[in-house]
Design a protein around this ligand. Structure first.
Ligand code: AMP
Length: 416
């Protein structure tokens, strides 16, 4: 069977998942962090009981077993000068560990690419023209697209025969109508610079919407869904007729709801006002909006929802941060119900959505007017697909763990 790798390359890291396709079985996953440093960290988790997996590794020192003795973890710290070297090491290690017999078994590589602009409304096979466009779109995602392109080039060198596919975070949202993607700015900025809303997390919203339709036993095209991707980055999407109708992130992933360290929506004139008073450069201000705001900025203690929930009974700032996080989500849900003329199901996903019982409860409790009622017992669960609304709830609430890697691997398969 063919193996497909789903890749998420960052500026100093590379996450990957190797799947047996079309069986959709994950056979290894891992991450290389601190690429470019003398102490890069390589972690590969794999299942030693997968059929045909022989372990003749000579690297026993770096391998540990999980409690059930089944899953294995390879860990190592070593110098890694660039992505090319990191990927070469990772592929070599997959071979040493017996996960693949040789590189050519990997017949497809799907790359997460953050910005696809208006050029890409679906995943595409990478050729020179696609790569050039990904490079040019670095203006829209300066921290991400160059790293994504670097990952693509490095894999192409090492696996020249594998099909290389780009899967864009933005492409799912290309279906938004112009009244939703345009800002009320002079139109010429849109035509001149592509100044508009692109959204993000599209692969995640697309995946959970598809699963929601399957769980409800309905045709996705007949449903009105609101998908809540609530992780360190958070976005809300209104999905009608199987397409993204509107989404909370904007020109960049800074807009929308309150996030771990990102502000979400702010009056732009306030940004200018603060910059002037504090004597901040544009870069400083963007850094504050991206890295020092959101849950961290409001609470003053942590960007992690778990920390805030732990202390919210005794810490006013933590309580306020959680309250604002929930309030912004409710506002978007209300707006999207009005925009779609109703809603059939609300879907929770990503770190907070999948794991936080109290956050899900607080959100659903606020939606009584829309006839969503929570099944308190069903909601006492983490990280599993489950309906968390009561049988009589007119609007369903679903918990669906996201799986962007699977979506990427499926896109690779569909383009073969
Ligand atoms: P993600 O970006 O999807 O990996 O989500 C990361 C976020 O999930 C972190 O900021 C955590 O605050 C949050 N998270 C993970 N587990 C829990 C939990 N049990 N309760 C609340 N938040 C959680």
């Amino acid at each position: 069977m063919a193996k497909t790798m789903a890749v998420n390359a960052g500026s100093s890291s590379l996450k990957f998942q190797l799947l047996e396709m079309p069986a959709e079985q994950v056979i290894a996953q891992g991450v290389i962090e601190r690429i470019g440093m003398d102490d890069a960290i390589v972690t590969i988790k794999y299942d030693s009981e997968v059929e045909g997996l022989i372990d003749d590794s000579e690297d026993e020192d770096h391998i540990t077993f999980s409690k059930n003795g089944k899953d294995k973890k390879y860990e190592n710290v070593l110098a890694m000068k660039d992505h090319q070297q990191a990927i070469n090491f990772m592929l070599q290690k997959l071979t040493d560990l017996g996960i693949i017999e040789d590189f050519n078994e990997i017949t497809g590589v799907g790359h997460r690419v953050v910005a696809g602009g208006e050029w890409f409304n679906h995943s595409v096979v990478v050729n020179d023209s696609v790569l050039e466009k990904i490079d040019r779109l670095a203006d829209y995602a300066p921290l991400h697209n160059p790293a994504n392109a670097m990952g693509i080039r490095a894999f192409q060198k090492l696996l020249p025969d594998a099909l290389s596919v780009a899967v864009f975070d933005t492409s799912f949202h290309q279906s938004m109508p112009e009244e939703n993607y345009l800002y009320s700015l002079p139109y010429e900025y849109y035509t001149r610079y592509g100044a508009r809303k692109y959204g993000a997390h599209g692969t995640s919203h697309r995946y959970v919407a598809m699963r929601a339709a399957e769980m409800l036993g309905k045709d996705l095209k007949s449903l009105k869904l609101i998908t809540l991707h609530l992780g360190a980055g958070a976005s809300i999407t209104a999905i009608k007729d199987g397409k993204s109708l509107d989404t909370s992130m904007g020109f960049s992933p800074l807009a929308g709801v309150t996030m771990a360290t990102r502000s979400g929506d702010v009056d732009p004139s306030l940004v200018y006002y603060i910059q002037e008073r504090e004597g901040l450069s544009n870069d400083d201000m963007l850094n504050i909006l991206n890295k020092k705001s959101g849950l961290l900025g409001l609470s003053t203690i942590s960007s992690d929802m778990r920390d805030l929930l732990d202390v919210q009974d005794t810490n006013d700032h933590a309580r306020l941060a959680v309250k604002i996080f929930i309030n912004r989500i409710i506002k978007y849900i209300g707006q999207y119900i009005a925009e779609m003329g109703g809603v059939d199901a609300i879907v929770f996903t990503a770190g907070i959505g999948e794991n936080s019982i109290p956050v899900r409860q607080a959100i659903i409790d606020k939606l009584e007017y829309f006839n969503v009622s929570l099944d308190i017992e069903a909601n006492k669960i983490r990280g599993k697909e489950v309906e968390i609304s009561t049988k009589s709830s007119r609007v369903k609430a679903l918990l669906i763990p996201t799986n962007e890697e699977l979506m990427i691997a499926r896109d690779v398969e569909s383009l073969k």
